[in-house]
Ligand binder design. Structure first.
Ligand code: GRF
Length: 211
């Protein structure tokens, strides 16, 4: 078998984690980064809004934080440029979107494209967007789950790295189902961020690999 090409990206371990919510995925990454063998460490947490639990978790862990809110800028392009500069200050090897609810523009993707990963609470390509859990429940699927993907310019359209399934229970509502998905999602995200860091990330068309 011919040798595989070298990884396009080998993350040496500096993670900038971007958040908009309760920070359960961030907390899982922070627990993992305590172990030097994990290979990655969270060097900053950047949010698109203040007053969220995720920022409290970051501060309690002594991680530098920044908030870059769309409302503080004239337009999305100006916000995109500002958030790019903010993240760049921390020289990330990998940008991890852990419940970050904004889409990036050309500036951010031009700077960090190919080394941004996101997590989504549904089995893509089904149920993309901001309401993946609600939409899966409304559709009546019996199995849903979560997806870790490489970010491209679309809404949850990037090459898929990993997925895990979660059964829908008969009496689930959005909150109960999302809680069970989040428990699985945290494990999946931690595992694949660690693998990218230790083994490198390679993207070939629609296909994303580590190693
Ligand atoms: C996760 O399920 C993520 O996939 C979705 O929002 C949730 C964020 O949870 N976009 P948390 O902020 O990590 O607790």
């Amino acid at each position: 078998m011919p040798p595989r090409p070298a990884p396009a990206t080998r993350a040496s371990g500096r993670l900038v984690v971007m958040v908009s919510g309760t920070g359960s995925n961030l907390a899982a990454l922070l627990a993992a980064h305590e172990d030097p063998a994990y290979g990655a460490r969270v060097v900053a947490v950047v949010a698109d809004r203040g007053g969220i639990r995720a920022l409290e978790i970051a501060r309690a862990a002594g991680i530098p934080t920044a908030v870059v809110s769309v409302k503080d800028f004239e337009d999305r392009a100006a916000w995109d440029a500002a958030v790019t500069e903010t993240v760049a200050v921390f020289s990330p090897d990998l940008v991890v979107l852990a419940g970050f609810m904004k889409l990036f523009g050309a500036t951010f993707l031009g700077r960090f494209g190919g080394r941004i990963v996101n997590t989504h609470p549904a089995l893509l390509p089904s149920f993309p967007g901001a309401h993946g859990v609600r939409d899966a429940l409304a559709y009546g699927v019996k199995i849903t789950g979560c997806t870790v993907m490489v970010v491209d310019e679309g809404v949850d359209t990037g090459p898929i790295l990993a997925q895990a399934a979660v059964p829908v229970e008969p009496h689930d509502d959005e909150a109960t189902l999302h809680e069970r998905i989040k428990a699985v999602e945290q494990v999946l995200l931690v595992e694949w961020v660690g693998r990218i860091t230790r083994e490198g990330l390679r993207v070939e068309g629609r296909h994303a690999f580590v190693g």
